[in-house]
Design a protein around this ligand. Structure first.
Ligand code: M6R
Length: 366
């Protein structure tokens, strides 16, 4: 049932070219520059007139929400707030009929996320779900939404569900942009044309596996690890850190790279691996200076770079090349090597990768 893989997690990592494809299948029309999301059509008027979007989720799904915030604000010019469901539900939040609340959940059963949307429903908000398990509780509670169609995810550490959530959020951002008229037709055509190639770029990215095994063997005895990124690279860093903590039990933290000098830089010494998303996009130059700050304190830098990069490669101790893609699609590619790093480190440390201690696949109690 693991399809020849040692663990479900590895199988699910390798399924991503397919699962990402499945989450956009039948929903994008690159030639016409059109996005179609059946479960949102009924709410297109609401979306056009919404004041803001509030995303509620937990764990990895919350990280996907942060990516969604960047994309929706960028393309649809609609303010987005991303909330931990557990905090939102107990805060007497300010919500009304003009708000759209999006719940993101792989299982569709997470107790805090369910309670958060129940509360939003009572206050008259329109509820949309982004869930993976068909027929689960959250899709039944929400007015509309879109399934991620990633297929069953067995490993406790979420991998393909995350990239599917990000894919659906990308589609939602473009869909809202389309109905609000905040994106040009030509931009939509070029983004959708590129989005269609992402599954094959993910396939390419998976080829970094052998190199990652080498890097993992160098990092496996670390006691701590820092993940840095800017823009959508920041939620990717948070997700990388969560993955490492939950399956290898190495203490890890994700930070926006520029926040380093506001505290965490004090932790850097030769024992501290720092994994940096340093791909060629709008924050490239800034990330380079963040890497210099780490190197000056003898930190060990592992950089995720764009194919053909030379500048970061010179500075970093190890670099992992991923294909070039539009900034909007960066999370779908940059996440892959981080999943693999965590996986291999956990295996090398003899951890139970698919069922880490103290964790359950679905958290149905608060
Ligand atoms: O099923 P959900 O997406 O609602 O689950 C939320 C979190 O419990 C989940 O993402 C958790 O953080 C994963 N173990 C992360 O790998």
């Amino acid at each position: 049932e693991k399809g020849g893989y040692d663990h479900f997690m590895l199988k699910e990592i390798y399924e991503q070219p397919r699962s990402i494809y499945d989450s956009m299948r039948g929903r994008i029309y690159p030639l016409d520059g059109k996005v179609q999301l059946g479960g949102l059509v009924e709410y297109s008027e609401k979306l056009r007139n919404a004041n803001r979007i509030i995303i509620v989720a937990c764990g990895t799904s919350w990280h996907a929400g942060l990516v969604g915030e960047y994309l929706i604000e960028e393309f649809a010019r609609l303010p987005v707030e991303v909330e931990y469901a557990s905090e939102f539900r107990y805060r007497n939040p300010i919500i009304n009929e003009n708000d759209i609340v999006i719940a993101i959940s792989q299982s569709g059963e997470t107790a805090d996320t369910m309670a958060a949307i129940q509360l939003a429903k009572e206050k008259g908000a329109t509820l949309l779900g982004i869930c993976n398990v068909v027929g689960s509780s959250i899709p039944r509670l929400t007015h509309g939404g879109a399934y991620t169609h990633a297929g069953p995810e067995i490993g406790v550490a979420s991998t393909k569900a995350f990239t599917a959530q990000v894919t659906v959020l990308t589609l939602m951002a473009l869909y809202i942009a389309q109905i609000k008229g905040t994106i040009s037709q030509s931009k939509l055509i070029s983004l959708l044309t590129e989005l269609e190639t992402i599954p094959s770029l993910v396939e390419e990215t998976l080829k970094t596996n052998d190199q990652i095994i080498q890097i993992a063997s160098e990092l496996q005895d670390s006691r701590n690890c820092i993940f840095l990124g800017r823009g959508t690279g920041f939620p990717v860093a948070l997700e990388g850190a969560l993955k490492l903590k939950e399956i290898s039990y190495i203490h890890a933290e994700g930070y926006p790279a520029a926040e380093m000098k506001h505290g965490p830089i004090a932790l850097i010494d030769e024992e501290m691996p720092v994994i940096v998303i340093a791909t060629k996009n709008s924050s490239y130059e800034k990330v380079i200076s963040n890497i210099q700050e780490v190197k000056a304190r003898k930190g060990k830098v592992v950089a995720i770079v764009t194919e053909g990069d030379v500048d970061v490669k010179d500075m970093a101790d190890y670099s992992i090349e991923i294909p070039h893609a539009d900034e909007a699609f960066l999370p779908l590619l940059a996440t892959i090597p981080l999943q693999l790093i965590s996986y291999h480190i956990a295996v090398m440390r003899g951890c139970n990768v698919d069922q880490p201690r103290n964790l359950a696949k679905s958290v149905t109690v608060e």
